[in-house]
Design a protein around this ligand. Structure first.
Ligand code: NCD
Ligand code: ZN
Length: 348
């Protein structure tokens, strides 16, 4: 098969990923470490990573699971709870154990039961983070079940995020895996070193109708849930704009096939093996390949006050679609994200 085009990128980082632990970890880690140099590792294990010592142990588990010669660096996060101790959090940040802290509103998503019940309880934690320059990463959905699931992100902006930012104007915030035009517009209105957002490959590729195309598609179910097409288009425009407030975060969140294909299937899309290929396809369709390096490799490090990677990664465009393989884990499998269009790009 002859390549038709090629593309060079600064080696990207993944600013939002779920690596899990135990048997799943080495498998999914290998897919992440192949494509990315660093990754912000989500702390929603069961039990969650709540303290500096939890993170030291988890980082050790990740490092031990890496293939020999890998220079992948996991960047650890703290799972905030109503009881988070600001002193432990900030000392973990200054000691380079934590890169950020993650706010899960209690009950918002997978393994968020010990999350924060009321953000007002954390004002002293947010003040300490703000003083230290420690980023706060937010799962931005309200948890009130009276609020329609498709409205939970934009209600979060009005009810939680805007008041929180008025109380802590210097806090660095990443609005994670945004899914609405409301979130895009809101992030655009902030100071770029204080407010940014990650955008996933699946939210750039599917809208809410795709979740039900020909039948229910459990492997596309994730939180926040994909929204209407107009929102997907706003996300694509934001990612492809080169605006430094928007950067790559896959939210790759593996679950075994039997947990997804169930009468109560859980939320999460596993996309690490083809996340970059999907982003490339989206940028190419929008004639924006020139902006991909900023989105994938420059904007994230700038927000986190890190240097971009120096290594390059090269992609080639094949003349026929590449196959998408599932991940084998023990006697089960994790289904890899299949975008509703073929993928032609592969790493050289
Ligand atoms: C994530 C998971 O499975 O850990 N699921 C998801 O749908 N995105 C949790 C999260 O990031 O919300
Ligand atoms: Zn996530």
């Amino acid at each position: 098969m002859k390549p038709t085009k090629s593309l060079a990128l600064t080696k990207p980082d993944d600013w939002h990923v779920h690596l899990r632990s135990g048997e799943m970890l080495p498998k999914v880690l290998s897919d992440t470490a192949t494509s990315f140099n660093r990754a912000i590792v989500m702390p929603n294990l069961s039990p969650p990573i709540r303290t500096t010592s939890d993170a030291v142990l988890y980082r050790r588990e990740i490092e031990a699971a890496l293939e020999k010669n890998s220079d992948f660096t996991p960047l650890m996060t703290c799972y905030l709870t109503d009881e988070t101790d600001p002193d432990d959090l900030i000392s973990g940040f200054t000691a380079d154990v934590f890169s950020a802290a993650k706010l899960y509103p209690a009950g918002a998503t997978t393994n968020s039961d010990s999350g924060v019940t009321n953000v007002l309880l954390l004002d002293s934690v947010f003040s300490a983070m703000s003083d230290a320059g420690m980023p706060l990463l937010i799962h931005g959905e309200v948890v009130d079940h009276k609020i329609d699931i498709f409205d939970r992100e934009h209600k979060f902006i009005e009810l939680i995020l805007e008041p929180l930012r008025s109380r802590h104007p210097n806090l660095k915030i990443v609005f994670e895996h945004i899914t609405t035009k409301n979130a895009v517009d809101y992030v655009r209105s902030g100071q770029p070193d204080k407010l940014a957002a990650t955008i996933t490959p699946h939210h750039l590729s599917v809208n809410r109708s795709d979740l039900f195309a020909g039948g229910i598609r459990p492997h596309l179910y994730c939180l926040p849930i994909p929204k209407r097409e107009q929102h997907r288009i706003a996300l694509v425009e934001a990612a492809c704009s080169g605006n430094k407030r928007f950067f790559l975060g896959t939210d790759s969140a593996p679950h075994l096939i039997e947990e997804k294909e169930s009468s109560c299937g859980c939320a999460g899309v596993y996309n690490s093996p083809n996340a970059l290929q999907t982003y490339i396809a989206i940028f190419e369709k929008n004639d924006a390949l020139d902006e991909l390096n900023s989105f994938a490799s420059l904007n994230g490090p700038e927000f986190y006050n890190l240097k971009p990677n120096t290594e390059e990664i090269e992609f080639v465009k094949r003349s026929s679609p590449v196959s998408i393989d599932d991940l084998v884990v023990g006697s089960s499998r994790v289904k890899t994200f299949e975008p509703p269009f073929p993928l032609f790009w592969t790493a050289k």
